[in-house]
Design a protein around this ligand. Sequence first.
Ligand code: PMV
Length: 313
Amino acid sequence: MSERKSVATAPSKVILFGEHAVVYGRPAIAVPLHDRQATATVEEALPGEGITLVVADLGRCYPLAEAPADDPLALIVRSALDALALPFAPDLTLAIRSTIPIASGLGSGAAVSAAAVRALAAHFGRELTSQQVSELVYQTEVLHHGTPSGIDNTVVAFDQPVYFMKGQPPQCFRVGQPFHLLIGDTGIPSPTKVAVADVRRGWKADRPRYERVFEAIGQLADEARRAIEGGDIATLGSLMDRNQALLREIGVSSPELEQLILAAKGAGSLGAKLSGAGRGGNMIALVTQAMAEGVATDLFRVGAKDVITTCVG
Ligand code: PMV
C-alpha cells in the first residue's frame, strides 16, 4: 500500500420541517449535523488489485467487482468513478466509517455516499461541486428509499441549512441566532420506504385531506425559515409543535415518538416533533442551553436509546 491517503467526511442531517409533505412538492427545511458523521478513506492498492470496499462497522470487506448492482456503496463508487472519467482502471481501497445510526432519519446512507464521492474525487485531484455530489448521492437514495424527495442528499452534500423544494435548486440560508436541539432516538429502526409508501396509500385514498395537510406543513416550513433567519426561537418552537400535530394526522408518529415528545415538552422544551420518516427513528426538541441537560435526562428516563445535543448555526 502506498502512503497516499485521501480522507473526506460528510455530516448527518436532521429535517426540521416538512418531511413527507416535501415528497408532494412542498418546501422542507433540513440542517447538517456535525456531531455524527461518515468518513471515507481512499488508499492506493497494489497494481492489479482493483477496488476493495471496507465497511468496518458492518464487518464487511469485498471487491467492488463482485458487488451486486443494488449494493448502495458499490453503486456510489461506480457512479463516482464514471463521473470522474478516469483514463485508467484504478487500484484502491475505499474504507467507510460512520458514527451515524442506520435507518433512524439522520441520513446515514446519504452521508456515507457523499463521503465516498468526495474522498474519491480528492484522491484523483478532482473538484466536484456540491450539486454534482448531491446528484450522485441521489442515485443511492433511490436504492434506499424508492422515491426520495432529494432533501437528504442535498443537505448532506451542501453541508448547510437548506430550504428545499423537489425539482428546484436548493436555497441555502443563514441562521439568525444559533439554537440548541436535542435529538432523541426511539431506538426503533424506521425504513423510510415503508412510511413513505403508507403515506402514499393514505393520499391515494383521500387526496383532498392529505393535500390540505401537506399544504399546511409547507406553510409552516415557510414560516420556520423566516423564524430561523430572524432568530425568533420562541416562534420556531411553536411551529415545531404544529408540524408534529400535522404529522400525527397522517399517521407517521408512534407511541414511542409521542412519549419522547411529551417528555421533552414536560421538561420545558420550546417545541418538539419527529424528524424524518417517523414511526421510529428520531425526534427533535428545541431547548435553551440551560435546559438541555434536564430535558435530555427526561428523554432517557422515558426510554430514549440515545440523545444527541447539538447547536444549529
Ligand atoms: O427518514 P429520512 O431522514 O430519510 O427522511 C425521510 C423524509 C421524507 O420526507 C419522509 C422522505 C423524503 O424523501 O423526503
